[in-house]
Design a protein around this ligand. Structure first.
Ligand code: G3D
Ligand code: MG
Length: 270
């Protein structure tokens, strides 16, 4: 299991009053690190999410930029847009013109600055029933035409808000891969598998010295003779390593690692 730490800049765009600030406020619970850059009217919030793929855990930190909605401030916005790696374009379902502006104005402006980057379209205020049916349909067909994921959401009720950011996160890390472990060269005997797991544990733990002490302790507890490792003893030691990872990394990382290592041990040749 490989672990990657990735930082991405996300910018929300759309007409004034569509709900950009409200969507961010709804999604970003921890406002501890919020910064408000008053002079350029831009606020940056932070949100960490974890994306799990086969062989890979991505810890994604999104820096979410809420920029000025007035069309006139295009130069200031260009500065805020620069370097954006993901876009969330927002329209207000109760105002038709915000839907057409989303693609005709905002998407164009963004592409002029950053080119094509992962994007999600949002029709916000789905809780306001009147007038929203027509604009939802228009928005969804726009998204389909452009092959951009589209959500009908509500910052007020929270409906689909998490999906917007998670989908964008997944799109932004879609190109993050790990070199596949060549089957023929991968660990195959029990000793080789143990060697691989110890190295993998140390690499993920970060502090090599401490990691080796943990390995040593867990192997001793399980009564492992490193020259002739016994399968059941190793499986027992893996539990101990997982406990250490749960404390130092996270519950999810520990669980995914444990499952994968167990499989390797069970499949290894004596
Ligand atoms: P902006 O940042 O895009 O300019 P804001 O938009 O987030 O400031 O929201 C503009 C107004 O719309 C706010 O109302 C806000 O409460 C409201 N709003 C945002 N999202 C929703 C939603 O999903 N449903 C409803 N019903 N209202 C929403 P005020 O009155 O504070 O200006
Ligand atoms: Mg705002």
């Amino acid at each position: 299991m490989e672990l990657r730490e990735i930082l991405k800049k996300v910018v929300l765009l759309g007409d004034g009053g569509v709900g950009k600030t409200s969507l961010i406020a709804r999604y970003v619970i921890d406002k501890f690190d919020d910064k408000y850059i008053a002079t350029i009217g831009t606020k940056v919030s932070r949100k960490d999410i974890q994306i799990i793929r086969p062989n890979l855990i991505v810890n994604l930190r999104m820096m979410i930029w809420d920029v000025l909605g007035q069309k006139e401030y295009s130069k200031i916005r260009a500065a805020s847009l620069s370097g954006a790696q993901g876009l969330i374009l927002v329209a207000d379902l109760t105002r038709d013109e915000t839907v057409s502006n989303m693609t005709d104005f905002w998407l164009k402006e963004a592409e002029d600055v950053v080119g094509k980057v992962p994007t999600v379209l949002v029709g916000n205020k789905s809780d306001l029933a009147d007038k929203r049916e027509m604009t939802s349909t228009l928005l969804e067909s726009t998204g389909q035409k452009l092959s951009i994921p589209t959500y009908i959401a509500s910052a007020k009720t929270g409906d689909k808000v998490e999906d917007i950011f998670v989908t964008l996160g997944e799109l932004m890390v879609a190109d993050v891969t790990v070199p596949p472990l060549a089957k023929s060269e991968g660990p195959s005997t029990l000793a080789e598998v143990v060697d691989f797991i110890v190295q993998d544990f140390c690499a993920q733990y970060g502090d090599l010295e401490k990691a080796m002490l943990i390995v040593q302790h867990q192997f001793q507890e399980a009564g492992i003779d490193i020259r002739r490792p016994h399968r059941d003893a190793i499986l027992q030691a893996l539990e101990g390593l997982a406990k250490a990872e749960e404390l130092s990394l996270s519950m999810t990382v520990a669980m995914v690692n444990l499952e994968e290592r167990r499989k390797m041990i069970v499949l290894a040749k004596d």
